[in-house]
Design a protein around this ligand. Structure first.
Ligand SMILES: Cc1cc2nc3c(=O)[nH]c(=O)nc-3n(C[C@H](O)[C@H](O)[C@H](O)COP(=O)(O)OP(=O)(O)OC[C@H]3O[C@@H](n4cnc5c(N)ncnc54)[C@H](O)[C@@H]3O)c2cc1C
Length: 404
């Protein structure tokens, strides 16, 4: 078909792209190819409500099954794209079937990093958490009093630790860096989150790494740490970050460097191929960045769809993110990269705090723990491009900052 759109990856970015195209009235044929056996769904609950058993899978679906039929969007589930042939303008699926495209969208997401098999990464009882199958496997092993080791103190690891603790497991977190959340937050935020976990009985070992995982009969039993300690464990979750899924793009000769390089309209180095979401690296100010967030996959997916049919302009990211741990909610507005100053403020009730980030005197981000007013204020200020400084935040009520 001469105007057909094929999307590889059936996740957040794919659903946003297809949804926006139809909302804008485009009737171009759309086929989404996804290697998971299910329709596009939200991943965040996999380390939160779904993992703890408070949300069923149907509540995670991004669109009801009938939407795809009503909107003439074909979803090929359980199918993997294995190659892109740019000369023939087809993608090749497993089993060799070819799908022609006029526009191809890469929304392939990212893959969790694993530990090498040589140090026990392939033992039974070692998990990563990226998709429904991972969460289902983990849930089955989340039994009270079992001993869980979380390797990596980032958001997914810490959320998993919180769920496990709530389910009655004994939990230890090991973090290679000198503190948890090193890549994503300031020390002030890490301190708040560390205290939260300690208050729930989680052992957090910073400056500590795995030498190897050891098993008996192929099943994990012990972790050996760099400080010489050994810990007896029943299961481990590896939360050491993700790598963008770029193999197809790379093999097809597209520009790739820590993500598929795209412009502000999500166009790769081949203008008929777009990339959105976790797999794409795009312009942000004077640099290229990659974001791993729902906000980015959704907004970039929508912006790319609008731009494709001439109904929208450049993608202007307004980053925000959240993390739920126990009954605490951490909300993040803006990007803290390049900050040179921070300010801690307290919210209206015990346990509510904000860490504000500044660069060259201007507020660039906030981490708000149980403090929605700080999050909303920062988000609005950043979206409106209003400059506020440390003194403004120290001295003025939040409401006044927005109206000033
Ligand atoms: C446990 C967890 C918790 C998270 N929590 C938060 C949170 O609290 N807040 C937040 O903002 N973000 C969170 N995220 C991140 C967020 O879910 C991602 O940023 C978002 O899903 C990215 O969307 P995407 O469309 O780029 O990729 P995905 O949603 O990952 O979709 C990509 C899909 O493409 C498929 N695929 C890849 N290659 C192929 C191929 N060759 N053929 C066919 N299919 C393919 C993949 O299997 C996957 O199904 C979380 C992620 C995880 C895993």
């Amino acid at each position: 078909m001469s105007d057909s759109i094929v999307i590889i990856g059936a996740g957040q970015g794919a659903a946003a792209f297809a949804g926006k195209l139809r909302a804008l009235g485009s009737d171009r044929p759309i086929t989404i190819v996804g290697n998971e056996p299910v329709l596009p769904y939200q991943r965040p609950p996999l380390s939160k409500k779904y993992l703890i058993g408070e949300a069923t899978f149907d509540r995670l679906l991004l669109k009801p099954p009938a939407w795809y039929e009503t909107n003439a969007v074909t979803v090929l589930t359980g199918r993997r794209a294995i190659a892109i042939n740019r000369t023939k303008r087809v993608i090749v699926l497993d089993q060799g079937v070819e799908l022609p495209y006029a526009t191809l969208v890469l929304a392939t997401g990212a893959t969790p990093r694993r530990l090498p098999a040589a140090i026990g990464g392939d033992l039974q009882g070692v998990f990563t958490l990226r998709d429904k199958a991972d969460a289902d496997a983990l849930m089955a092993d989340f039994q009270p009093r079992r001993r869980l080791l979380v390797i990596g103190g980032g958001y997914v690891g810490l959320e998993t630790a919180a769920v496990a603790r709530t389910r009655g497991l004994e939990v230890t977190v090991v973090e290679l860096a000198d503190r948890i959340l090193k890549r994503v937050a300031a020390p002030g935020t890490a301190n708040l989150v560390r205290e939260l976990h300690k208050g729930h009985g989680v052992a957090i070992l910073e400056n500590s790494a795995i030498v190897r995982l050891i098993g008996v009969d192929g099943h994990l039993t012990v972790a050996e740490l760099t400080d010489g300690r050994t810990i007896s464990i029943d299961l481990a979750v590896i939360g050491i970050g993700v790598s963008p899924n770029v193999a197809l793009a790379e093999a097809a000769g597209l520009a790739v460097e820590d993500g598929i390089i795209v412009d502000e309209f999500a166009r790769t180095s081949d203008p008929d191929i777009l990339a959105v979401g976790d797999c794409a690296r795009f312009p942000y100010g004077d640099r290229l960045i990659r974001l791993e967030s729902v906000q980015n996959a959704f907004d970039q997916g929508e912006a790319a769809a609008a731009a494709l049919i001439g109904a929208g302009g450049a993608y202007a990211p307004q980053p925000w993110f959240w993390s739920d741990q126990y009954d605490a909610k951490l909300q993040i507005a803006g990007l803290h990269h390049g900050y040179d100053d921070t300010l801690a403020t307290d919210g209206p009730r015990p346990g509510s705090h904000a860490i504000w980030y500044f660069a060259q005197g201007a507020m660039i981000a906030v981490d708000a723990l149980n403090f929605p007013a700080a999050f909303v204020t920062a988000k609005k200020l950043l979206e409106a491009g209003k400059r506020v400084c440390r003194l403004d935040i120290e001295t003025k009520p939040l409401k006044e900052l927005i109206s000033q």
